[in-house]
Design a protein around this ligand. Structure first.
Ligand code: NDP
Ligand code: OXD
Length: 309
């Protein structure tokens, strides 16, 4: 059996070594050296070229190398009846929660203000904002959103969440669907986007959404760049309505050197590093799914392509 590794972002040699520990008999080929297309039964992929997956007639299982699968949704030639699983690695969930907590606390504890004070050698104590009164609103209460919510609650924030279907999570006030959106957003001081990208969530952070946020709110996007209408966010920050943003993902990556986000004093840019796929923790999960597919069993974390996540 042969697996084709397709990614320009991930180191194939580490993946090859880690997969060999779990499934020694698995032949791993590295795209674009696919060899005979008829040998490929499994694909392990991040952002595969459009149409590529449809060119393997014996393909029986596709494992995404990331938690998001929007790259696959964008491929109109995705082979029908070949299951696609996304990666759900607890280590990535932990990384994301760290990122979100860091982004929130940096704004909440006024890190930028104290950096300016330090630059001016100014010793000045500001009042500490009351954490129990600060409201975090998390869009997406899935693997990532639910964990971030629980950990922000543990720190003492008031945490609310928004999802497609109703959720009951301890101490988290939950909203769902279009009908619940306005109530959710209108009290959110720190808006955290952890939604999957699909037709129903693209451009969700736009001028209307931003206008519903209370004055002085912050935006944290660690999901996908296409969730944010960048010009609308810039206008909202420049007008003073939105106090700042922490952005890990962008409509075009890498972010162009002349993009206004880079130099904006109220925008923190990170290069899509909120949670990185780590073969040392993820390879055994991938191997388990390949073994399940080989045995004719459904993979863990099967994606519903029609639902879009
Ligand atoms: P999940 O699939 O586990 O959760 C998705 C959540 O979004 C669910 O709560 C779901 O609602 C909700 N949702 C989906 N569609 C809608 C909608 N139309 N309206 C309201 N809520 C909706 O995803 P994960 O938590 O695992 O990951 C989220 C995203 O994070 C990934 O898709 C990926 O794009 C991004 N990501 C970014 C990384 C980075 O480094 N920046 C790293 C890893 C992931 P319900 O619960 O009701 O189904
Ligand atoms: C992912 C990502 O989806 O890293 O896993 O963005």
């Amino acid at each position: 059996m042969a697996l084709l590794f397709i990614s320009e972002n991930d180191d194939p040699s580490v993946w090859k070594a880690e997969l060999a520990k779990a499934i020694p008999e698995l032949e791993v080929r590295i795209w674009p050296d696919s060899g005979d297309a008829g040998d490929i039964e499994y694909a392990l992929a991040w952002n595969p070229p459009l149409g590529l997956l449809a060119s393997f007639p014996k393909l029986r299982f596709i494992q995404a190398l990331g938690m998001g699968i929007d790259h696959f949704l964008a491929d109109s030639d995705m082979p029908e009846n070949v299951p696609l699983a996304r990666l759900v690695d607890p280590d990535m969930v932990r990384q994301m929660t760290e990122f979100v907590i860091h982004a929130v606390l940096r704004f909440h504890r006024q890190a930028a203000l104290y950096a300016r004070h330090q630059g001016a050698r100014l010793w000045h104590q500001e009042a500490i904002p009351d954490t129990r009164k600060a409201t975090i609103g998390i869009m997406g209460l899935g693997m990532l959103g639910a964990d971030a919510a629980a950990n922000l609650d543990a720190i003492g924030f008031r945490v609310r969440g928004w999802s497609r279907r109703p959720h009951e999570l301890a101490n988290i006030e939950s909203f769902h669907g279009r009908n619940g959106f306005e109530d959710f957003i209108s009290e959110t001081q720190f808006l955290v986007c952890l939604l999957p990208l699909n037709e129903s969530t693209a451009d969700i952070i736009n001028k209307d959404t931003l206008a519903l946020l209370p004055e002085g709110a912050y935006v944290i996007n660690a999901a996908r760049g296409d969730h944010v209408v960048e010009g609308d966010l810039l206008n909202a920050i420049n007008s003073g309505h939105i106090a700042g943003a922490a952005l890990d993902v962008f409509r075009t990556e890498p972010l162009a050197p002349d993009h206004p986000f880079w130099a904006h004093p109220n925008i923190h840019v990170t290069p899509h590093v909120a949670a990185l796929t780590n073969p040392l923790t993820a390879a055994r999960l991938v191997a388990k799914n390949i073994q399940r597919a080989a045995a004719g069993q459904p993979p863990d974390n099967l994606v519903d392509l029609r639902r879009g996540y």
